[in-house]
Design a protein. Structure first.
Lengths: 67, 174
């Protein structure tokens, strides 16, 4: 039987730390999680009432143009 | 998001929609770590006309009067783009019927049970659905014994097995 691929110890440790980080965040309250998502959206530059795209229409085509 | 949920609840109270359940990334976030998303997926139940058609006009008119504007495929309500998705198949119907009632800053709302969320991901089958399914399994956020009958009932056992094979997942071992 083929030997399973073994990750280098430092990579395995990094993945384990990341998994623990995700488990810790999963234990937050729903309110705390939504606050984090809202913060992520702010960091992406999302603003209220500000579309990230606009639609340009002509008789021949409709396309979205990134602002 | 509190105000957004209050508006959704008011839509139900005012009879604009019969009811709703939140799915997608926001519902998944309830069970997992926060998932980056730009909108709220709201599956809604509305009375169907005699001709069998679902009209979104009353919904748009109602929200328009409140000053909430359409933005691409969503309507922005109090800072959150909301995507309104009609309940159109038996799985979504079951997810709606069996949704969990939770509160967000003391505002009641309804979100899909984890098993239904996962079944819908199996049914939809996009790469991001597979990625989320893996997160649910990794987090041990689901009771597989409760999930599998739902998958079977909705003809999703084969796509589920295909997903497990694709990612070399053996649930017996885990």
């Amino acid at each position: 039987m083929e030997e399973p691929t073994r990750l280098p110890p430092e990579v395995a440790a990094l993945l384990a730390r990341h998994a623990e980080y995700r488990r810790r965040r999963a234990r937050l309250s729903f309110e705390e999680k939504i606050a984090i998502i809202e913060r992520m959206r702010e960091l992406k530059g999302w603003r209220k009432n500000e579309a990230t795209t606009r639609t340009v229409s002509s008789p021949h085509r409709t396309e979205k143009i990134e602002k | 998001m509190k105000e957004t949920l209050q508006v959704l609840n008011q839509m139900v109270a005012d009879g604009v929609i019969d009811g709703y359940v939140i799915g997608g990334a926001i519902a998944a976030t309830y069970y997992l770590e926060p998932i980056d998303t730009d909108d709220i997926d709201v599956f809604f139940h509305v009375a169907v006309s005699a001709g069998g058609l679902i009209s979104l006009s009353p919904l748009y008119e109602y929200l328009g009067k409140l000053g909430y504007v359409p933005r691409d495929e969503t309507i922005e309500i109090a800072g959150w783009p909301v995507q309104f998705l009609p309940i159109f198949n038996p799985l979504l119907e079951e997810a709606y019927e069996q949704a969990a009632t939770i509160t967000f800053h003391e505002v009641p709302t309804r979100i899909m049970q984890v098993e239904h969320l996962m079944a819908i991901m199996v049914q939809t089958g996009r790469p991001k659905d597979y990625a989320r399914l893996l997160r649910f399994l990794e987090a041990e956020a689901v009771n597989v014994a409760a999930l599998e009958p739902i998958l079977a009932q909705h003809g999703l056992s084969e796509p589920w097995q295909k997903f497990l094979r694709k990612f070399d997942i053996n649930l017996q071992k885990e």
